[in-house]
Each structure stands twice: as structure tokens, then as C-alpha cells.
Design a protein around this ligand. Structure first.
Ligand SMILES: NC(=O)c1ccc[n+]([C@@H]2O[C@H](COP(=O)([O-])OP(=O)(O)OC[C@H]3O[C@@H](n4cnc5c(N)ncnc54)[C@H](OP(=O)(O)O)[C@@H]3O)[C@@H](O)[C@H]2O)c1
Length: 237
């Protein structure tokens, strides 16, 4: 249970982060969510109820991240699910776009861990987000695979440097969340059917599947420095 514990979820206004907030509240936690869009935060706060508070934050802005943690004070667990990602052919994608991916998903998590860690309880934890394309090469995911691998590596070193605070990474597979809402609906349905057919579990993931794993990492005080794969057997497929 998470009674009397404060869980900070950066990226908590959508998808896996929002579901993690919901599950943490159900376990008795007080939750703070942060992301860039006021509109998404407002809707998330209405959905989560009075045990959640919401702040705007862009994790790519180091000064903003630093000021944010000064303002929010101490807490018990930090989850950083914030990311905006994309794929594309290696030869046809501008290097600037690949750099943007690192800015958002790698440096965003780096700044959050760096400025959030000093505010964490010594019994607390940090959970970062990698992804299956770091472990199973996929056409069109060269930059994203590299970003995800960098996050997993960062978190293992942080598990040593920030101890006794525990630091873990979740590596989701293909999960049906709003992150794919820019894709036309029929193309998305086709992708999900193809992936489900290939996977041992015969379905794509849900935000709930991944949130359960985050809650496990938050609560199990003997787990640190691990990369937890939540991908329906994708690496084997
Ligand atoms: N869904 C999948 O299939 C999948 C697969 C592998 C890995 N993952 C990873 O799992 C994590 C969660 O993904 P998801 O599917 O839940 O995505 P999502 O539904 O798109 O949610 C992403 C969240 O991050 C916030 N965000 C994005 N950029 C931000 C920034 N610079 N600063 C602050 N907040 C930011 C978004 O809100 P705002 O727009 O308001 O900022 C949103 O709340 C990500 O790290 C993603 O790469 C997902």
C-alpha cells in the first residue's frame, strides 16, 4: 500500500503515466502529475480526483525542471513517463529530428532524475522509461532505440550513485495509448493486429499492464537497477 506516500509522475497526464497515477491513488498515495499541456492536465486532474495535483512542466527545459523541484518540495517516488517520440528511416530523417528525440526522451528524464533525486525520501524510488526497440531492432527506430538504450544504461548507474534510493527502468512493448493518436485509425488497427498476431500473448499491451509494473517497482524495496520488460514476449517473437 502507499498510504502517506507522495508519488510524482512526470508525464502523468496521459497513457501509462495517467494509469499509474490512478493505480497509485487506489493504493492510498497522494499523486502529483506534471506535463506541458494545461488542457491535458486539467482533464487528468478531473479524472483522478482530489488526491492529485497538477503542474505544467517541460522536461526539455533544464532551468524549468530545477525550479519545479524547488517548488514541489519533498516526495517518495518519482516516475518519468514523459516523452514524445517518432520513428522514421535512418537515411531520410534529419539529424536535427533525432537530436530532438534525445532532448525530449533522454535529457528530459536525465534532468528529472538529477533535480528530483535530492528531494526524494531515502526509502524512495525513481522509475524511468525505456522501450522495446532498444532490445529488439526495428526498422525506422534507429534514434528511438538508441535513446531507450541510453535511458536503461543511465538508470543502472544511478541505482549505484543514488543508493539507497532505488532506480529502475520499465521497458514497454507496443502499448495502445494516446501516443499513437496521430496515426490514422485504420493504420493503427492494422498495426495492432499484425503485432498481436506475432506476439506470444496474442495482443498488444494496455496502459494498465505497464502501470502495474511501475507500481511493483515502486513498492518492492529489494528491486533496484533492473530493466523490467513489459512487452508480451516481443523480444522473443
Ligand atoms: N505506448 C507505447 O507503445 C510505448 C512503447 C515503448 C515505450 N513507451 C514509453 O512509455 C512512456 C509513456 O508513453 P505513453 O504511451 O504513455 O505516452 P503518452 O500517452 O503520449 O503520454 C506521454 C506523456 O508525456 C508528456 N510529455 C511529453 N513530452 C513532455 C515534456 N517534454 N515535458 C513534460 N511532459 C511531456 C505528455 O503530456 P504533454 O503533451 O501535456 O506534455 C503525456 O502526459 C514513454 O517514455 C514512451 O516512450 C511507450
Amino acid at each position: 500500500m502507499l498510504h502517506n506516500q507522495k508519488v510524482m509522475i512526470i508525464g502523468g497526464s496521459s497513457g501509462i503515466g495517467l494509469e499509474t497515477a490512478k493505480q497509485a491513488i487506489a493504493l492510498g498515495a497522494e499523486v502529483i502529475i506534471a506535463s506541458r499541456s494545461e488542457d491535458k492536465l486539467q482533464k487528468a486532474k478531473e479524472f483522478l480526483g482530489s488526491n492529485a495535483s497538477a503542474y505544467t512542466l517541460d522536461t526539455t527545459n533544464e532551468e524549468q525542471v530545477k525550479a519545479f523541484f524547488e517548488k514541489t518540495g519533498t516526495f517518495d517516488h518519482l516516475v518519468v513517463s514523459a516523452a514524445e517520440t517518432f520513428g522514421g528511416s535512418f537515411l531520410q530523417t534529419d539529424a536535427a529530428k533525432a537530436r530532438q528525440l534525445f532532448e525530449n526522451k533522454f535529457w528530459g528524464q536525465y534532468y528529472a532524475a538529477k533535480y528530483g533525486a535530492p528531494k526524494l525520501s531515502p526509502n524512495g524510488s525513481i522509475t524511468l522509461f525505456s522501450g522495446v526497440v532498444a532490445y529488439k531492432a526495428m526498422v525506422g527506430s534507429s534514434a528511438l532505440g538508441a535513446v531507450n538504450a541510453a535511458v536503461s544504461s543511465l538508470s543502472q548507474t544511478l541505482a549505484l550513485e543514488l543508493a539507497p534510493v532505488r532506480v529502475n527502468t520499465v521497458s514497454p512493448g507496443i502499448i495502445d495509448t494516446p501516443s499513437r493518436s496521430k496515426m490514422p485509425e485504420d493504420a493503427r488497427a492494422k498495426l495492432y493486429t499484425e503485432i498481436a498476431h506475432k506476439l506470444p500473448v496474442k495482443r498488444v499491451g494496455k496502459a494498465e499492464d505497464v502501470a502495474q509494473s511501475v507500481l511493483y517497482l515502486i513498492q518492492n524495496s529489494f528491486v533496484t537497477g533492473t530493466v523490467l520488460h513489459v512487452e508480451g514476449g516481443h523480444i522473443l517473437a
